[in-house]
Design a protein around this ligand. Sequence first.
Ligand code: NAD
Ligand code: UFG
Length: 338
Amino acid sequence: MSQEKILLTGGSGYVGSHSCVALCEAGYQPVIFDNFSNSSPKILDRLEQITKTKITLVEGDILNFNQIVNVFQQHNIKAVMHFAGCKAVDDSVKNPLKYYRSNVSGSINIIDAMKVSGVDVFIFSSSATIFGDLNVNPISESATFSPKNPYGKTKLFVEEIIADLFGSGCFSNLAALRYFNPVGAHHSGLIGEDPKGVPQNLMPYLAQVAVGRLSKLEIFGRDYPTKDGTGVRDYIHVMDVADAHVATLDYLLSNGGYLPINLGTGNGVSVLELIRTFEKASGHSIPWSFGPRRKGDAAEYYADPSLAKKKLGWSAKRNLDTMCSDMWRWQSENPHGY
Ligand code: NAD
Ligand code: UFG
C-alpha cells in the first residue's frame, strides 16, 4: 500500500471522481483540482462517504499556471492524472478555440507546472475519438488516427505533445488512455454521471427517460451496416476505467515508459441491445422511436483491449448488465443529480 499523493485535475467530474475512489482503495491519496465548470463541489461528501477518507479538494483552473504550481508546492505530488477539459463534440465544432484553449493550452500548463515542480508521472485522458470513423474493428493502438472534430483533434495534439516529451527525455513516465464509451456508476449509487442540460450521450439519456425526466429516446439511424442497423459502441464500466488508471499508475511507478493504450471491453453493443439491457436492469420500459442518423456518427467501433491486458494486467471485469444496473441505481436514487 502506498500513501503517495496523486493530483487529479478535473477530479470532481465523472471519470475523475470514480478514479478518486479507485485510488483511495489502492492506498493512494488523491488531491482534486477542479474549477467546477462541469461538476459540483457537493461530490466531496459523497466521495468521503464511499472512501471513509478525508479528501483534499482545491478549487482552481488549469488555465492558471500559478494556481497549479501552488498545488504542487503545497502538496508533495507524485503523479498527475489529467482529466480536466471540455468534452462535447458539437460544442467543439461551434467553439473550437474554447477546446484548443482548455484541452491543449490547459494540458501544456499542467505539464509545464510539473516540469518546474519536478513531477514526472503523467496520465492523460484521451479518447477513442482520435481514430475517427475507421471502419476497421477491433481498433488496436496501431490503428490510423483520423479525428473528425476539434474535440478529437485536441486529444490527438496532446498525445503528440506527450510523445515528443518522451522523445526529448524530459519526461519518462507518461500514458495516454483512450477511453471508448465509459458508462455506469459506482455500485454504491452515491456518485455517477451528472450531465448539465439535456444529455448528449446514449446512456445518460436512456437513464433520464427511465426515471421520467425525459419522455422518449430517439435512436439516431436504423440503416447502419451493423448487426441490427443501429450504431455499435464499446461501452465500458466507469469503475473499470478507474481501475485501469490505478493499474497504469502502478505500472509507470515501477517500470516507467510511454504507454498509449486503448481502454475498452472488446465487445460491440448496439443501441437496441443497450436499450433492452437497461430495460431489464431498471424494470422500466423505455419509449423510443427511430430518427435520422446523427451527423458525424460512426457506424461501429470497439477496442482491441489486448495491449492493456499484456502491459498492465488489466481487463474490464464488469459486464453490460452491471453497467446498466449501477447506472440505474445512481439515476433512480439521484433523479436530479447531485
Ligand atoms: P467531466 O466533464 O465530467 O469532468 C471534467 C472535469 O474537469 C469537470 O469536473 C470540470 O469541472 C473540470 N474542468 C473543466 N475545465 C477545467 C479547467 N479549465 N480547470 C479545472 N477544471 C476543469 O468529464 P469526464 O467524462 O469525467 O471526462 C474526463 C476526461 O476524459 C475529459 O478529458 C474527457 O475529454 C475524457 N474522455 C471522456 C469520455 C467520456 O465519455 N466521459 C470519453 C473519452 C474521453
Ligand atoms: N445515440 C442515439 N440516441 C441518442 C444518443 C446516442 O441513438 O440520444 C446513439 C449514437 O448514434 C451512437 C450511440 O448511441 O450510435 C452512442 O452515442 P454516444 O453519444 O453515447 O457516444 P459516441 O460514441 O457517439 O461518443 C462518445 C463521446 C465522445 C467520445 C466517444 C468515444 O460523446 O466524446 O464516445 O469515447 F469521443
